[in-house]
Design a protein around this ligand. Structure first.
Ligand SMILES: NC(=O)c1ccc[n+]([C@@H]2O[C@H](COP(=O)([O-])OP(=O)(O)OC[C@H]3O[C@@H](n4cnc5c(N)ncnc54)[C@H](OP(=O)(O)O)[C@@H]3O)[C@@H](O)[C@H]2O)c1
Length: 314
Protein backbone atom coordinates (compact mmCIF):
# COMPACT_ATOMS: atom_id res chain seq x y z
CA UNK A 1 0.00 0.00 0.00
CA UNK A 2 1.09 3.61 -0.35
CA UNK A 3 1.86 5.71 2.71
CA UNK A 4 3.45 9.04 3.61
CA UNK A 5 6.64 8.75 5.65
CA UNK A 6 9.71 10.82 6.51
CA UNK A 7 13.25 9.90 7.46
CA UNK A 8 14.40 13.13 9.15
CA UNK A 9 12.87 16.20 10.81
CA UNK A 10 12.24 19.11 8.46
CA UNK A 11 9.93 21.07 6.20
CA UNK A 12 7.42 19.56 3.77
CA UNK A 13 10.25 18.43 1.47
CA UNK A 14 11.01 15.52 3.85
CA UNK A 15 7.57 14.00 3.16
CA UNK A 16 7.84 10.97 0.86
CA UNK A 17 5.30 8.63 -0.70
CA UNK A 18 6.48 5.08 0.04
CA UNK A 19 5.29 1.51 -0.53
CA UNK A 20 4.63 -0.42 2.69
CA UNK A 21 2.98 -3.69 3.60
CA UNK A 22 -0.63 -3.49 4.72
CA UNK A 23 -0.64 -3.42 8.56
CA UNK A 24 -1.57 -6.63 10.38
CA UNK A 25 -4.22 -6.21 13.08
CA UNK A 26 -4.15 -7.46 16.67
CA UNK A 27 -7.22 -9.04 18.24
CA UNK A 28 -8.45 -5.67 19.64
CA UNK A 29 -7.82 -3.75 16.42
CA UNK A 30 -9.60 -2.93 13.17
CA UNK A 31 -8.14 -2.37 9.73
CA UNK A 32 -9.56 0.77 8.12
CA UNK A 33 -9.42 1.62 4.41
CA UNK A 34 -8.63 5.32 4.76
CA UNK A 35 -10.83 7.80 2.86
CA UNK A 36 -9.81 11.12 4.45
CA UNK A 37 -7.17 12.49 6.84
CA UNK A 38 -7.27 15.97 8.35
CA UNK A 39 -4.28 18.23 8.86
CA UNK A 40 -3.48 19.50 12.36
CA UNK A 41 -0.73 21.89 13.50
CA UNK A 42 0.68 19.03 15.60
CA UNK A 43 1.58 17.22 12.34
CA UNK A 44 4.09 19.86 11.33
CA UNK A 45 5.26 20.63 14.88
CA UNK A 46 6.22 16.94 15.22
CA UNK A 47 7.70 16.79 11.69
CA UNK A 48 9.85 19.87 12.36
CA UNK A 49 11.22 18.30 15.55
CA UNK A 50 9.51 20.86 17.80
CA UNK A 51 7.95 18.16 20.01
CA UNK A 52 10.91 15.76 20.31
CA UNK A 53 10.43 15.39 24.07
CA UNK A 54 7.07 13.75 23.46
CA UNK A 55 7.48 12.36 19.96
CA UNK A 56 10.97 10.87 20.27
CA UNK A 57 13.40 10.91 17.33
CA UNK A 58 13.03 7.50 15.70
CA UNK A 59 12.59 7.19 11.93
CA UNK A 60 10.84 6.46 9.66
CA UNK A 61 7.88 8.42 10.99
CA UNK A 62 4.34 8.70 9.64
CA UNK A 63 1.91 11.61 9.76
CA UNK A 64 -1.76 12.61 9.86
CA UNK A 65 -3.49 11.65 13.10
CA UNK A 66 -7.25 11.86 12.57
CA UNK A 67 -8.98 10.03 9.75
CA UNK A 68 -12.21 8.59 8.39
CA UNK A 69 -12.72 5.45 6.33
CA UNK A 70 -14.38 2.06 5.95
CA UNK A 71 -13.64 -1.02 8.05
CA UNK A 72 -11.92 -3.72 6.01
CA UNK A 73 -11.25 -6.24 8.79
CA UNK A 74 -11.79 -6.64 12.53
CA UNK A 75 -9.79 -8.47 15.21
CA UNK A 76 -11.54 -11.33 17.05
CA UNK A 77 -12.04 -9.26 20.21
CA UNK A 78 -13.78 -6.40 18.40
CA UNK A 79 -17.51 -6.94 18.69
CA UNK A 80 -19.02 -3.49 18.11
CA UNK A 81 -17.77 -2.95 14.53
CA UNK A 82 -17.91 -5.02 11.35
CA UNK A 83 -16.46 -4.98 7.85
CA UNK A 84 -18.07 -2.20 5.80
CA UNK A 85 -18.82 0.16 8.73
CA UNK A 86 -18.06 3.80 8.01
CA UNK A 87 -15.98 5.16 10.88
CA UNK A 88 -13.71 8.00 11.95
CA UNK A 89 -10.99 8.00 14.56
CA UNK A 90 -7.44 8.69 15.66
CA UNK A 91 -4.23 6.71 15.34
CA UNK A 92 -2.98 4.71 18.35
CA UNK A 93 -0.02 6.94 19.17
CA UNK A 94 -0.59 10.50 17.92
CA UNK A 95 3.08 11.35 18.52
CA UNK A 96 4.43 8.51 16.38
CA UNK A 97 1.82 6.98 14.04
CA UNK A 98 0.19 8.37 10.91
CA UNK A 99 -3.02 7.69 9.01
CA UNK A 100 -1.84 9.08 5.68
CA UNK A 101 -1.80 5.66 4.02
CA UNK A 102 -4.20 3.39 2.17
CA UNK A 103 -4.87 1.44 5.38
CA UNK A 104 -4.46 2.07 9.09
CA UNK A 105 -4.72 -0.41 11.99
CA UNK A 106 -6.18 1.03 15.21
CA UNK A 107 -7.77 -0.29 18.41
CA UNK A 108 -11.57 -0.50 18.26
CA UNK A 109 -11.68 1.98 21.16
CA UNK A 110 -10.23 4.76 18.99
CA UNK A 111 -12.85 4.72 16.24
CA UNK A 112 -16.47 5.82 16.19
CA UNK A 113 -19.35 5.36 13.73
CA UNK A 114 -19.42 8.16 11.19
CA UNK A 115 -22.69 10.11 11.40
CA UNK A 116 -24.47 9.44 8.10
CA UNK A 117 -25.20 13.14 7.58
CA UNK A 118 -21.53 14.09 7.22
CA UNK A 119 -18.88 13.24 4.63
CA UNK A 120 -15.65 11.32 5.26
CA UNK A 121 -13.75 14.61 4.96
CA UNK A 122 -15.92 16.28 7.59
CA UNK A 123 -15.65 13.27 9.90
CA UNK A 124 -11.84 13.23 9.60
CA UNK A 125 -11.82 16.88 10.66
CA UNK A 126 -13.47 16.16 14.03
CA UNK A 127 -11.40 14.11 16.52
CA UNK A 128 -8.30 16.20 17.36
CA UNK A 129 -9.70 19.74 17.03
CA UNK A 130 -13.12 18.71 18.31
CA UNK A 131 -11.79 16.92 21.41
CA UNK A 132 -9.53 19.89 22.13
CA UNK A 133 -12.59 22.16 22.04
CA UNK A 134 -14.67 19.94 24.34
CA UNK A 135 -11.70 19.72 26.73
CA UNK A 136 -11.39 23.52 26.70
CA UNK A 137 -15.10 23.82 27.43
CA UNK A 138 -14.71 21.52 30.46
CA UNK A 139 -11.69 23.48 31.72
CA UNK A 140 -13.73 26.71 31.50
CA UNK A 141 -15.91 25.37 34.33
CA UNK A 142 -19.19 27.11 35.12
CA UNK A 143 -20.09 29.68 32.50
CA UNK A 144 -22.63 32.21 33.79
CA UNK A 145 -24.76 34.52 31.65
CA UNK A 146 -22.44 37.39 30.76
CA UNK A 147 -19.16 35.55 31.41
CA UNK A 148 -16.71 37.27 29.07
CA UNK A 149 -14.63 34.87 26.99
CA UNK A 150 -11.87 35.78 24.55
CA UNK A 151 -10.87 33.24 21.89
CA UNK A 152 -7.63 34.39 20.28
CA UNK A 153 -7.31 32.57 16.93
CA UNK A 154 -10.98 31.66 16.71
CA UNK A 155 -11.62 30.38 13.20
CA UNK A 156 -9.09 27.57 12.71
CA UNK A 157 -10.00 23.96 13.49
CA UNK A 158 -10.08 24.25 17.29
CA UNK A 159 -11.85 27.64 17.31
CA UNK A 160 -14.51 26.48 14.85
CA UNK A 161 -15.66 23.80 17.32
CA UNK A 162 -15.19 25.90 20.46
CA UNK A 163 -17.15 28.90 19.16
CA UNK A 164 -20.09 26.73 18.20
CA UNK A 165 -20.03 24.73 21.45
CA UNK A 166 -20.16 28.03 23.37
CA UNK A 167 -23.06 29.38 21.29
CA UNK A 168 -25.89 28.46 23.67
CA UNK A 169 -24.02 29.23 26.89
CA UNK A 170 -25.06 32.90 27.13
CA UNK A 171 -21.45 33.98 27.58
CA UNK A 172 -20.23 37.11 25.78
CA UNK A 173 -17.69 35.68 23.35
CA UNK A 174 -15.07 37.82 21.62
CA UNK A 175 -13.37 36.12 18.67
CA UNK A 176 -10.01 37.31 17.35
CA UNK A 177 -9.44 36.18 13.79
CA UNK A 178 -7.80 37.12 10.50
CA UNK A 179 -9.87 39.06 7.93
CA UNK A 180 -11.03 35.91 6.11
CA UNK A 181 -12.48 34.49 9.31
CA UNK A 182 -14.69 37.42 10.32
CA UNK A 183 -17.96 36.21 8.75
CA UNK A 184 -17.34 32.65 9.99
CA UNK A 185 -16.73 33.87 13.54
CA UNK A 186 -20.08 35.69 13.49
CA UNK A 187 -21.85 32.71 11.94
CA UNK A 188 -20.37 30.36 14.56
CA UNK A 189 -21.69 32.49 17.41
CA UNK A 190 -19.16 35.19 18.36
CA UNK A 191 -20.74 38.29 19.90
CA UNK A 192 -17.76 40.54 19.15
CA UNK A 193 -15.21 39.95 16.38
CA UNK A 194 -11.76 41.56 16.16
CA UNK A 195 -9.52 41.33 13.10
CA UNK A 196 -5.99 40.81 14.43
CA UNK A 197 -4.50 42.34 11.28
CA UNK A 198 -6.25 45.64 12.10
CA UNK A 199 -6.57 45.79 15.90
CA UNK A 200 -4.51 44.66 18.88
CA UNK A 201 -6.70 42.80 21.35
CA UNK A 202 -4.30 43.78 24.17
CA UNK A 203 -5.07 47.50 23.78
CA UNK A 204 -8.87 47.54 23.40
CA UNK A 205 -9.66 48.49 27.03
CA UNK A 206 -11.62 45.26 27.39
CA UNK A 207 -10.96 42.57 30.00
CA UNK A 208 -12.14 38.98 30.18
CA UNK A 209 -13.06 36.23 32.65
CA UNK A 210 -11.59 33.56 30.37
CA UNK A 211 -8.90 33.94 27.72
CA UNK A 212 -7.93 31.05 25.46
CA UNK A 213 -5.05 31.52 23.05
CA UNK A 214 -5.29 29.27 20.00
CA UNK A 215 -2.75 31.30 18.02
CA UNK A 216 0.12 30.33 20.32
CA UNK A 217 1.29 33.94 20.06
CA UNK A 218 -0.23 35.64 23.09
CA UNK A 219 0.98 33.65 26.08
CA UNK A 220 0.04 34.03 29.74
CA UNK A 221 2.32 36.99 30.48
CA UNK A 222 0.60 39.18 27.86
CA UNK A 223 -2.84 37.72 28.53
CA UNK A 224 -2.63 38.82 32.21
CA UNK A 225 -3.05 42.42 31.03
CA UNK A 226 -6.56 41.70 29.74
CA UNK A 227 -7.67 39.21 32.40
CA UNK A 228 -10.14 40.14 35.16
CA UNK A 229 -9.04 39.67 38.76
CA UNK A 230 -10.11 36.01 39.06
CA UNK A 231 -9.76 35.04 35.43
CA UNK A 232 -8.59 31.94 33.65
CA UNK A 233 -5.99 31.64 30.88
CA UNK A 234 -6.27 28.42 28.88
CA UNK A 235 -3.11 27.39 27.10
CA UNK A 236 -3.26 24.57 24.52
CA UNK A 237 0.28 25.26 23.27
CA UNK A 238 2.42 25.00 26.42
CA UNK A 239 6.18 24.74 26.34
CA UNK A 240 7.25 21.78 28.54
CA UNK A 241 8.52 24.10 31.30
CA UNK A 242 5.14 25.85 31.49
CA UNK A 243 3.37 22.72 32.70
CA UNK A 244 4.97 22.69 36.19
CA UNK A 245 5.29 26.50 36.15
CA UNK A 246 1.53 26.91 35.73
CA UNK A 247 0.90 24.81 38.87
CA UNK A 248 3.26 27.02 40.89
CA UNK A 249 1.80 30.21 39.43
CA UNK A 250 -1.71 29.14 40.38
CA UNK A 251 -0.74 28.75 44.05
CA UNK A 252 0.10 32.43 44.28
CA UNK A 253 -2.24 34.31 41.94
CA UNK A 254 -5.94 34.53 41.15
CA UNK A 255 -5.23 34.81 37.46
CA UNK A 256 -4.98 31.10 36.72
CA UNK A 257 -2.86 29.58 33.95
CA UNK A 258 -4.31 26.23 32.89
CA UNK A 259 -2.65 23.99 30.34
CA UNK A 260 -4.78 21.95 27.94
CA UNK A 261 -3.57 18.51 26.86
CA UNK A 262 -6.49 16.79 25.20
CA UNK A 263 -7.01 13.36 23.66
CA UNK A 264 -9.97 12.19 21.60
CA UNK A 265 -12.14 9.77 23.57
CA UNK A 266 -15.73 8.52 23.46
CA UNK A 267 -17.27 11.16 25.80
CA UNK A 268 -15.76 13.97 23.66
CA UNK A 269 -16.86 12.38 20.41
CA UNK A 270 -20.39 11.72 21.72
CA UNK A 271 -20.73 15.36 22.70
CA UNK A 272 -19.52 16.44 19.25
CA UNK A 273 -21.69 14.05 17.22
CA UNK A 274 -24.70 15.10 19.25
CA UNK A 275 -23.84 18.79 18.56
CA UNK A 276 -23.48 17.95 14.86
CA UNK A 277 -26.95 16.41 14.99
CA UNK A 278 -28.12 19.75 16.36
CA UNK A 279 -26.52 21.77 13.57
CA UNK A 280 -22.83 22.22 14.50
CA UNK A 281 -21.04 22.94 11.23
CA UNK A 282 -17.75 21.22 10.32
CA UNK A 283 -16.14 23.53 7.79
CA UNK A 284 -13.62 21.81 5.50
CA UNK A 285 -12.43 24.82 3.58
CA UNK A 286 -9.96 23.00 1.32
CA UNK A 287 -9.52 19.39 0.16
CA UNK A 288 -6.45 17.92 -1.50
CA UNK A 289 -5.98 14.51 -3.17
CA UNK A 290 -3.40 12.10 -1.71
CA UNK A 291 -0.86 12.86 -4.47
CA UNK A 292 -0.86 16.51 -3.35
CA UNK A 293 0.07 15.88 0.29
CA UNK A 294 3.07 18.22 0.16
CA UNK A 295 0.96 21.03 -1.34
CA UNK A 296 -1.72 20.38 1.29
CA UNK A 297 0.74 20.82 4.15
CA UNK A 298 2.33 23.88 2.51
CA UNK A 299 -1.14 25.42 2.20
CA UNK A 300 -2.08 24.66 5.82
CA UNK A 301 1.25 25.74 7.29
CA UNK A 302 1.10 29.12 5.53
CA UNK A 303 -1.93 30.05 7.70
CA UNK A 304 -5.07 31.93 6.77
CA UNK A 305 -7.13 28.72 6.81
CA UNK A 306 -10.73 28.79 8.01
CA UNK A 307 -11.86 25.53 9.64
CA UNK A 308 -9.92 22.49 8.45
CA UNK A 309 -7.84 21.21 5.52
CA UNK A 310 -8.39 17.56 4.58
CA UNK A 311 -6.54 15.11 2.33
CA UNK A 312 -8.78 12.63 0.51
CA UNK A 313 -7.85 9.12 -0.67
CA UNK A 314 -9.56 6.98 -3.32
N1 LIG B 1 -3.01 20.84 23.65
C1 LIG B 1 -3.86 20.18 22.91
O1 LIG B 1 -4.41 19.16 23.33
C2 LIG B 1 -4.16 20.68 21.52
C3 LIG B 1 -5.11 20.02 20.73
C4 LIG B 1 -5.39 20.54 19.48
C5 LIG B 1 -4.73 21.68 19.05
N2 LIG B 1 -3.80 22.26 19.85
C6 LIG B 1 -3.09 23.46 19.42
O2 LIG B 1 -4.01 24.54 19.44
C7 LIG B 1 -3.64 25.48 18.45
C8 LIG B 1 -4.86 25.79 17.58
O3 LIG B 1 -5.21 24.64 16.85
P1 LIG B 1 -5.98 24.75 15.47
O4 LIG B 1 -6.15 23.40 14.95
O5 LIG B 1 -7.17 25.63 15.63
O6 LIG B 1 -4.89 25.55 14.60
P2 LIG B 1 -5.15 26.50 13.37
O7 LIG B 1 -6.28 25.93 12.56
O8 LIG B 1 -3.85 26.76 12.74
O9 LIG B 1 -5.72 27.85 14.04
C9 LIG B 1 -4.89 28.83 14.63
C10 LIG B 1 -5.58 30.16 14.45
O10 LIG B 1 -4.79 31.22 15.04
C11 LIG B 1 -4.94 32.36 14.20
N3 LIG B 1 -3.85 33.34 14.41
C12 LIG B 1 -2.60 33.34 13.87
N4 LIG B 1 -1.92 34.42 14.30
C13 LIG B 1 -2.74 35.11 15.12
C14 LIG B 1 -2.61 36.29 15.88
N5 LIG B 1 -1.48 37.00 15.89
N6 LIG B 1 -3.65 36.70 16.62
C15 LIG B 1 -4.81 36.00 16.65
N7 LIG B 1 -5.01 34.86 15.94
C16 LIG B 1 -3.98 34.42 15.19
C17 LIG B 1 -4.92 31.80 12.82
O11 LIG B 1 -5.48 32.71 11.91
P3 LIG B 1 -4.79 32.93 10.46
O12 LIG B 1 -4.61 31.55 9.91
O13 LIG B 1 -5.79 33.75 9.74
O14 LIG B 1 -3.49 33.62 10.70
C18 LIG B 1 -5.74 30.52 12.98
O15 LIG B 1 -7.11 30.74 12.73
C19 LIG B 1 -2.48 24.87 17.64
O16 LIG B 1 -1.26 25.41 18.09
C20 LIG B 1 -2.58 23.39 17.99
O17 LIG B 1 -1.32 22.73 17.90
C21 LIG B 1 -3.50 21.78 21.06
Amino acid sequence: MKAIAYQKFGNTDVLQTVEETKPAIRSNEVLVKVKAVSINPMDWKIRKGEMKLMSGSRFPRHTGVDFAGVIEDTGVAVTNFKKGDEVFGVVKNTMKDGALADYVAVPGTLIWKKPTAITFAEAAAIPIAGAAATTALQKMGKINPGTSILINGATGGFGMFLLQLLKDRKAVVTAVTGTKGIDYAKQWGADIVLDYTKADVLTQNATYDIVIDLSGKMGYSKAKRIMNRKALFLNPTPKPVQIPASFLNNLFTNKKHVVILSAASTPHINLLTSAIGNGLQVEVSRRFPFDKVVEAYQYAEKGGVTGKVVIELD
